[in-house]
Design a protein around this ligand. Structure first.
Ligand code: ATP
Ligand code: MG
Ligand code: FE
Length: 343
């Protein structure tokens, strides 16, 4: 079956087509530039941009795949978590298409999408695997079994800010452009990661805390007011602290649960130091590391189609056509509506 996936939870409008675990085509439009002067995503602007972009993005993904809309056998859409107005646009579009074509609709958890993104590059996930989800709004350490059928076990979560949020907020303090994560990464290239001893909170836990790190970075910058700020050193040190904490927890989880594969996903998986430190530590521990390519790390529709494809093939019950969004959906299952999966 050919599954159309639609993503609109934040500022990216994405569409992707997946058949049997393979990506056939995808397109993404971002309203990021329109938010830049506000220093963060403005929900109304994001919703309006989704409205304009959704049709063209679906058309572009179909063109790339060499398919027509009538070839679609099922539709998957992000129903949460995310901005409610933004989610509404994607869900309304997905419902219309599913209704018009008479095909099943599946509601997908956005973070399950981030997890499944890796399958499009590296094939099915081993069961079990440890997954580190690091994105703009989430930082979670998960034990994942069968993504389409089994509940997702949370080993740890952030107690305050997400890792991406920490990068974005500190970048502002450092006077770096929006979005902050990629800007910190670029600035860090010429910095000394040992220049500033930023804290590594909650040692020995699987949970994360990044608000103290954010405050420490702000204090460090304030302490240099009036003098030129060595931004590269600050950025490199911050990135080192985040990468150290993230990968240390992930390695400990693999060890404790005897799991041979670590998967790192979400926008922050695009960070060069997170990637290189995860590589170093996995190699040393004999653990296989899987990280999706950059274009599949940040929000896209292909990852939602990937989850839809798994759900369809697992015989999951489709969502009703009046399914509603859930802006703060907890990650329990890949689908927000796990109605008697056909196991
Ligand atoms: P969520 O998935 O939690 O709902 P989101 O969809 O906004 O949030 P993503 O699109 O997955 O998040 O990721 C965006 C985040 O990734 C932003 O915080 C951004 O700064 C961060 N990011 C992107 N590239 C990099 C990078 N190279 N280094 C660090 N952070 C990065
Ligand atoms: Mg985004
Ligand atoms: Fe995301």
């Amino acid at each position: 079956p050919i599954v159309l996936g639609i993503e609109s939870s934040c500022d990216e409008t994405g569409a992707g087509l997946v058949r049997d675990g393979r990506l056939l085509g995808q397109a993404v439009a971002s309203s990021m530039d329109e938010h830049a002067r506000f220093g963060g995503v403005v929900p109304e602007i994001a919703s309006r941009a989704h409205l304009h972009a959704l049709g063209p993005v679906i058309r572009q993904a179909l063109d790339e795949a060499g398919l027509g809309l009538s070839d679609v056998d099922a539709v998957a859409v992000t129903t949460g978590p995310g901005l409610s107005g933004a989610l509404q646009v994607g869900v309304a579009g997905a419902k219309s298409i599913a209704y018009a074509l008479g095909v099943p609709l599946h509601g997908v958890h956005h973070l399950a999408g981030h997890v499944a993104a890796d399958t499009l590059e590296h094939g099915p996930l081993p069961n079990p695997c440890v997954v580190l989800v690091v994105s703009g709004g989430h930082t979670s350490l998960l034990l994942v079994r069968d993504l389409a059928r089994d509940p997702i076990v949370h080993l740890g979560d952030t107690l305050d800010d997400a890792a991406g949020e920490c990068f974005d907020k500190v970048a502002r303090v450092f006077g770096l452009p929006y979005p902050g994560g990629p800007a910190i990464d670029r600035a860090a290239r010429v910095g000394d990661p040992r220049a500033v001893p930023f804290p590594r909170p909650l040692p020995g836990s699987y949970d994360f805390s990044f608000s103290g790190l954010k405050t420490a970075a702000a204090r460090w910058a304030e302490g240099r007011a009036g003098r030129e700020l060595p931004v590269a050193d600050g950025a490199a040190s911050l990135q080192e602290a985040v990468a150290d904490v993230l990968t240390r927890r992930a390695m400990a989880a693999c060890r404790e649960y005897g799991v041979g594969t670590l998967v790192v996903v979400g926008g922050v998986a695009a960070n060069s130091r997170v990637r290189s430190l995860a590589e170093e530590r996995c190699r040393a521990a004999g653990i296989a590391l899987r990280v999706p390519p950059l274009r599949l790390c940040t929000d896209n529709g292909a990852m939602i189609a990937a989850v839809g494809d798994l759900l369809v093939r697992a015989g999951a019950e489709p969502a009703p056509l009046d399914v509603s969004i859930d802006p703060s959906a907890p990650l329990e299952y890949a689908t927000l509506h796990p109605v008697a999966a056909g196991t």
